[in-house]
Design a protein around this ligand. Structure first.
Ligand code: GCO
Length: 477
């Protein structure tokens, strides 16, 4: 039985259900309201305010200093795959401009900066020789952060699988998880304890759904049964990555980074609850349960069936590796999902420029309290939350992204409420520090606090950046 409808509507796709026309398009700011109005919500002392990026989305320098190609280079260069044929070849040119960007991160007052390490920059073929020049870039970046008193948080894999590994089967091949562990060990050896928090695999679900079911992300495959084997190999890579860090004796912390979607019933038909439960299995428990409970959710396994690649791919001992204790769970919250009786989805809230994203701040509270209740992670961080806005430079040279201020404020208020109810949330990162390559949407969507004028690579603090700076300095909304 196909489950391909059991996912959120994706960018560029029609919604799986009717969209109330009155809701679209909507800027999530009430006319006349002040998005910067203070709410008087103080965060705990030591709460760490951050922003996030990922390597392929910001670095550019695709063929510089020995970097090898990744699946995203191949995919983006294939006609028709991304908006306008955009690629990450130049992106925000962060590889060359990282020193300037460190200055901006400092100006913003960030306490934590989450970035990712490009596997093909460090290990161009995904196996074997390490590219020292690639590693040196991250050494400079990490040192620059530490000198400024900013805590580096590094993701080891944010979707840029080395193309050579893809040619050998990519994540459908179990071997890729072991290649990931070798790469992670090399990174840990080089950067040691300079990085206090490591994240293993970013959003495995997105690789599974977008990369292997819908095929509108690299590597552009449409093979649903195999997609869930990919999910298992990504989980195994996570576990092997945790083991690799522990083997170095490092005191740094490590965990996974999951995009979680609270799933709600779209109507009050009692049968809908069953549909919601299975949808939640595919969206959330498929990734959380093996990591925290050492087993896959039985309803999803039953739904896949015993002959499925997923069930066939689980080997003795895998779940012990995947479920060994972690120090932190990174949660990325963007949208809720409303599930109908037949397992489809509908939209109930205004969407953003990203058609798959409904604006529903209480979903932040719901997902944070739910993972705390059901999985008791040692600590939590929000590593992504944000929206795309149609940002433009105004006549006075400023960028007025009031909708982003309002979105972030309302989501942070829900995170604050969750902390008050016992959620061990230690930090929060806006997606994104700056405008960047938004995958299949290319440069059409701007997600940053900082505007990037791509022709000149000039950076401009948007209104949201100035607002966020004041929130950070007050430690209060
Ligand atoms: C992600 C992504 C980011 C996206 C962001 C907006 O982990 O989903 O990490 O790369 O750009 O989510 O779609």
């Amino acid at each position: 039985m196909s489950v391909s409808t059991r996912r959120a509507p994706q960018a560029g796709e029609p919604s799986a259900g009717p969209i109330p026309p009155a809701l679209l398009p909507v800027a999530p700011v009430e006319p006349g309201s002040d998005p910067e109005a203070r709410l008087g919500l103080r965060f705990p002392d030591g709460f760490s305010w951050g922003a996030a990026t990922s390597a392929y989305q910001v670095e550019g320098a695709a063929a510089v200093d020995g970097r090898g190609p990744s699946v995203w280079d191949t995919f983006a260069r294939t006609t028709g795959r991304t908006a306008n044929g955009d690629t990450g070849d130049i992106a925000a040119d962060h590889y060359a401009r990282y020193a300037e960007d460190l200055g901006l991160i400092q100006d913003l007052g960030l306490r934590s900066y989450r970035f990712s390490i490009s596997w093909p920059r460090v290990q161009p073929d995904g196996r074997g020789a390490i590219n020292q020049r690639g590693l040196d870039f991250y050494r400079r970046l990490v040192d620059g952060l530490l000198e400024r008193g900013i805590s580096p948080m590094a993701t080891l894999f944010h979707w840029d699988t080395p193309q050579t590994l893809q040619d050998g089967g990519g994540w459908a091949s179990r071997d890729t998880a072991y290649r990931f562990a070798d790469y992670a060990s090399a990174v840990f050896d080089a950067l040691g304890e300079s990085v206090p928090v490591w994240l293993t695999v970013n959003e495995p679900k997105t690789v599974v759904q977008n990369g292997y079911i819908i095929g509108h992300h690299a590597p552009g495959i449409r093979d649903e049964p195999v997609a869930y084997l990919v999910a298992h190999h990504l989980a195994l890579a996570h576990g092997l990555g945790v083991q690799a860090l522990r083997a170095t004796g490092s005191a740094s912390r490590i965990g996974g980074a999951l995009n979680l979607h609270p799933c709600y019933a779209a109507d009050d038909n009692p049968l809908t609850l069953d549909a919601v439960r299975l949808y939640d299995g595919y969206e959330n428990r498929l990734y959380l349960d093996p990591m925290f409970k050492g087993h896959y959710p039985q309803d999803v396994l039953d739904h896949q069936g015993p002959a499925s690649p997923l069930l066939q791919g689980i080997k003795d001992g895998d779940l012990e590796i995947i479920s060994q204790p972690t120090d932190i769970l990174a949660v990325q919250y963007y949208t809720p999902i409303y599930v109908t009786t037949d397992g489809g989805t509908v939209q109930k809230h205004p969407t953003t420029e990203a058609a798959w994203q409904q604006v529903y701040p209480p979903g932040m509270y719901d997902i944070l309290t739910r993972v705390t209740r059901d999985y008791a992670p040692a600590s939590l961080t929000v590593t992504e939350n944000g929206l795309p806005c149609p940002d433009e430079i105004g006549v006075d040279g400023s960028v007025d992204d009031a909708a982003r201020v309002s979105f972030l404020r309302d989501h942070l208020a829900e995170a604050h409420r969750a902390i008050g109810d016992g959620v061990p949330l230690e930090s929060y990162h806006v997606w994104s520090l700056m405008d960047n390559f938004e995958w299949e949407a290319g440069y059409d969507q701007r997600w940053g606090l900082i505007y990037v004028d791509y022709p000149t690579q000039r950076r401009i603090f948007k209104r949201s950046a100035n607002w966020y700076r004041s929130v950070i300095s007050d430690n209060s909304l």
